[in-house]
Design a protein around this ligand. Sequence first.
Ligand code: 3PG
Ligand code: MG
Length: 391
Amino acid sequence: MAWKTLDDMDLAGKRVLTRVDINVPMENGQVTDATRITRILPTITDILDKGGTPILLAHFGRPKGKPTPEMSLSLIQPDLEKALGRDVTFMERPSRDAIDALPANSVVLVENTRFSPMEEANDPKMAEFLASLGDVYCNDAFSAAHRAHASTEGVAHLLPSCAGRLMEAELRALEAALGDPNRPVVAVVGGAKVSTKLDLLSNLVEKVDILVIGGGMANTFLAAQGIDVGKSLCEHDLADTARAIADKAVTTGCEVLLPRDVVVAREFKAGAASEVVKTEDCPADAMILDAGPDSVAHICQAFERAKTLIWNGPLGAFEIPPFDTATNAAASYAAGLSRSGKLVSVAGGGDTVAALNKADASESFTYISTAGGAFLEWMEGKTLPGVAALG
Ligand code: 3PG
Ligand code: MG
């Protein structure tokens, strides 16, 4: 690994600019999922233990370069203090003088970096200003590493830099899943649309041994084979693309698993009357909303054969039961194999983590990424600017 970690840095008496991702979901002023806050605690604690002062830099939402009260990080401050079990000093307008005046062992939270248009523009002036606030830069925001912004990329070139504990864990888990994995590797890719995951599928057929395609995007592959998918969600205009991906898989020796049977319904709503049919028997007036039991058994057999699993996207319309059945069953099965040490399982992406939480499977997975877009871009084989800048 080309990057340094907190172990390689001398932090005693240093101001440690620490880029974190606490872009957490919030409803009615309440943080509804604090996972991203919990996951940065080891980094903050480590910096404090080594005698450094963590100066936390983060974005919250997409304020488009303007101060926006409902996207102020002061709203997250109480949750951060609670999780840390200590006070956090919030700075709307940070300065080196104010930071130097703080007592030892302080933790600073700087206002939303995206309140300035210079952040997303990766303006060198902003990077220089941020660098002036610290002595060392630590990036712990893997989930924002696909953005080349002043606080994720620019500043990394101006100070001695390292990866934080969460960044380290994310990179190691992904390396174990796709970089240098134990084979066979099985990937599950689900979700509604092929169009959003073309680069992903194309990269995966080169990297993995078995590719399970589920969710709405499976319909596009089925239709491309001439199967009538009735009223199912399907990108018919991508039939050629789907065929090209399937052809590429043949060349690379990647086995592609499409549903053998499916759950169909006439209405897209929770509890809608449904039936299981063979994939080629989808009625003209019905839509495919989940993979069927045969498909699930087939997927679980693939998990049995594999040593490594990487998962992005649900197998069906998991947000409306009973169309979460296949996702839950396959996730539980992977969780069991992971618990008994037979499978290294890594999952990421917002929907995916929600689906695995719902299936009570996430605890047992080897690693659950905190990243959405960054996880996808990493799986696509793209270089993440925030990671590259640490090299
Ligand atoms: C995320 O929530 O995926 C990250 O915090 C990045 O946010 P962004 O998509 O607004 O850049
Ligand atoms: Mg996003």
